[in-house]
Design a protein around this ligand. Structure first.
Ligand code: TPP
Ligand code: SF4
Length: 262
């Protein structure tokens, strides 16, 4: 792609991006970039007529359904995978995806999420790991790295009282019904492109009827991290990635089914 077409692709607005401002996100939040990425992926895969999104409770709850022009609704806290399961079973031709924060998926909704993986549902999940509960004022989340200060761990997360950080992409990869699991970020242009490929792959596993696709995004939350948007990029690239390495953890072309045992 060259010239005007390339410029339009880079600086233009994706067709599926509803033209209302991103003002519902704080300055420096990466959620807006992830909205753009999802619009581009859904459009490039040509699934806008079949895609159904489900947002968990958190900062994605209102904005993602409003900003992405596909069928999209919000769910009770942590229950997006249950709603997604019902929709997928009623409409197997639909491409059903959830967008969930780390409090939503990793705390109140962890049981719902794990059971969905155990059932081997053919869904796609976009997991937003900003290391805290963003909406409610920056409390510790299951993904808060050791030593990180939050409003509920003012001296820094200490494993002796608050346990160990949740590595959702690695955990998901261990589940038999999962076809794809990766962790990405959008804090540089190159990482945005890598993340796009991962999200495409996660959707493709559902489109091909193979299995569950999961993509975790490391995402900055400047007001709750108590940093400028620029300092957040440094924290993300040094501290977050040290705890949560980027990359693919599973990419399977078939799900192995159990053989006969009796
Ligand atoms: C049943 C229930 N419990 C608690 C809340 C309060 N609440 C709203 S958002 C939220 C945390 C969201 O954090 P996260 O999932 O990390 O998303 P983020 O805001 O960071 O995007 C909580 C606990 C709620 N809305 N419903
Ligand atoms: S509180 Fe954090 S996650 Fe929520 S919109 Fe603001 S920067 Fe984004």
């Amino acid at each position: 792609m060259k010239g005007e077409a390339a410029k339009e692709k880079i600086y233009g607005t994706p067709k599926l991006r509803v033209p209302i401002p991103f003002s519902m996100f704080c300055p420096g939040c990466h959620y807006g970039i992830i909205v753009r990425l999802l619009c581009e992926v859904i459009e490039e895969l040509g699934i806008e007529g079949r895609a159904i999104g489900l947002a968990g409770v958190g900062c994605s709850f209102g904005p993602f359904p409003m900003l992405i022009d596909v069928d999209f609704t919000a769910c009770p806290h942590g229950r997006a995978p249950a709603m997604a399961t019902a929709i997928k079973r009623i409409h197997p031709e639909a491409i059903v995806f959830t967008v969930q924060g780390d409090g939503d998926l990793g705390a109140i909704g962890l049981g719902c999420f794990m059971n969905t993986l155990l059932r081997g549902e053919k869904l796609t999940t976009i997991f937003l790991n900003n290391a805290c509960y963003g909406t409610t004022g920056g409390q510790m989340a299951p993904t808060t790295p050791w030593g990180m200060r939050t409003t509920t761990t003012p001296k820094g997360r200490d494993p002796s009282t608050t346990g160990f950080p949740l590595h959702a992409a690695e955990l998901t990869a261990t589940m038999k019904g999962v076809a794809y699991s990766a962790r990405c970020s959008v804090h540089t242009a190159a990482n945005f492109q890598r993340a796009k490929k991962a999200v495409k792959m996660a959707f493709q596993k559902q489109m091909d009827g193979i299995g569950y696709g999961f993509v975790e995004f490391l995402s900055a939350c400047p007001p709750n991290w108590g940093m400028t948007p620029v300092d957040c990029l440094k924290f993300l690239s040094e501290r977050m990635i040290a705890e949560y390495p980027l990359g693919e953890f599973k990419n399977a072309n078939a799900i192995e089914l159990p053989g006969e045992w009796m």
